[in-house]
Design a protein around this ligand. Structure first.
Ligand code: NCD
Length: 312
């Protein structure tokens, strides 16, 4: 048992406020390690971490793999094209097979919401959800919280606009409740067709007009249009979407002084963000990626028995 109040991080709700802050504080120590020339610590030597990525991913899989390797764990990648799932093996059987190999930690990404829970029920290892369908992506929320906290010094009281494809977004599903839990104010901004039928389920303020209160927010967080999850087009065209909901130079000029721009990546340049905004100094997209490694190191360390924020 680690020092967190949970053995698995399947949703952001598994983490208490103390767990979240402990993870963010621990990540800060790992960030310092990541800035050294020699970035490796012996902390998880002899432990086996398996990355089960059954949905396309570059940055999240790489980030978890780098995190495990920096802690000296044996990191193994199990990906869709090479796995028996393409031969019809059920998720339960895949989980039991991995379990029989005595892994310590399983990181899972899958297009079906709830698959991390199936894994957690069938392996002895700790499980981290790296994104399940439209459901949850808790480590993305943690790295976003880390990025905001390092920038502003606090999360409480921040006004955060989360803009775009809310209805298909597991990033929203994890980040919005985490922000609320830590005392930030969340506004979901999207065309009505990219909001749930009953937007009150979001537990956030809701607006369909990006321009209305643009100058009020400390953070403008753009969500990627999830084209792979959209069956019938809820927007007339990406071009039109960009006109009404894209962040461009004109809108940038109207942001509050000190406001920052975030995006979980991969960015559709010219859709959620114009190219000049993506490369603007107020855009923290690459800081988010950088934070991802430290935050995932922290979570692995704390789940597998780390003590507190002190790292060798
Ligand atoms: C997110 C994801 O996969 O849910 N990206 C990521 O993890 N880097 C967001 C997205 O795909 O839009």
């Amino acid at each position: 048992m680690g020092v967190l109040s949970t053995e698995n991080v399947l949703t952001i709700h598994d983490l208490s406020i103390d767990d979240i802050y402990l993870t963010l504080d621990t990540a800060r120590s790992f960030k310092e390690v990541n800035d050294r020339t020699i970035k490796k610590l012996p902390t998880l030597r002899g432990r086996t971490v398996v990355n089960v990525f059954l949905e396309p991913s570059t940055r999240t899989r790489t980030s978890f793999e780098i995190a495990a390797k920096r802690l000296s764990a044996d990191a193994i990648n199990f990906s869709a094209s090479t796995s028996s799932t393409t031969k019809g093996e059920s998720l339960v059987d895949t989980a039991k097979t991995l379990d029989a190999m005595d892994c310590d930690l399983v990181i899972i990404r899958h297009s079906y919401a709830g698959s991390p829970k199936i894994f957690a029920d069938n392996v002895r290892a700790n499980v981290i959800n790296a994104g399940d369908g439209k459901h949850q992506h808790p480590t993305q929320a943690l790295l976003d919280l880390y990025t905001m906290r390092e920038h502003f010094g606090h999360i409480e009281g921040l006004k955060v606009a989360i803009v775009g494809d809310v209805v298909h977004s597991r990033v929203f599903g994890s980040l919005a409740p985490a922000l609320k839990k830590l005392g930030a104010e969340v506004t979901a901004i999207a065309p009505a067709t990219l909001l749930p039928a009953h937007p009150e389920v979001l537990g956030a303020k809701v607006s369909t007009d990006l321009d209305a209160n643009l100058g009020d927010f400390d953070v403008i967080y753009l969500l990627r249009i999830q084209q792979e999850r959209i069956e019938r087009s809820p927007i007339p065209s990406l071009r039109e979407y960009a006109v009404f909901y894209g962040l461009n130079a004109g809108r940038m000029a109207r942001l509050k002084e000190g406001a920052i721009v975030m995006h979980p990546g991969p960015v559709n340049r010219g859709v959620e963000l114009s190219s000049d905004v993506a490369d603007n100094a107020r855009s923290l997209v690459l800081d988010q990626v950088n934070a991802g490694v430290a935050v995932r190191m922290a979570l692995m360390y704390l789940l597998l028995g780390g003590q507190d924020g002190t790292i060798a």
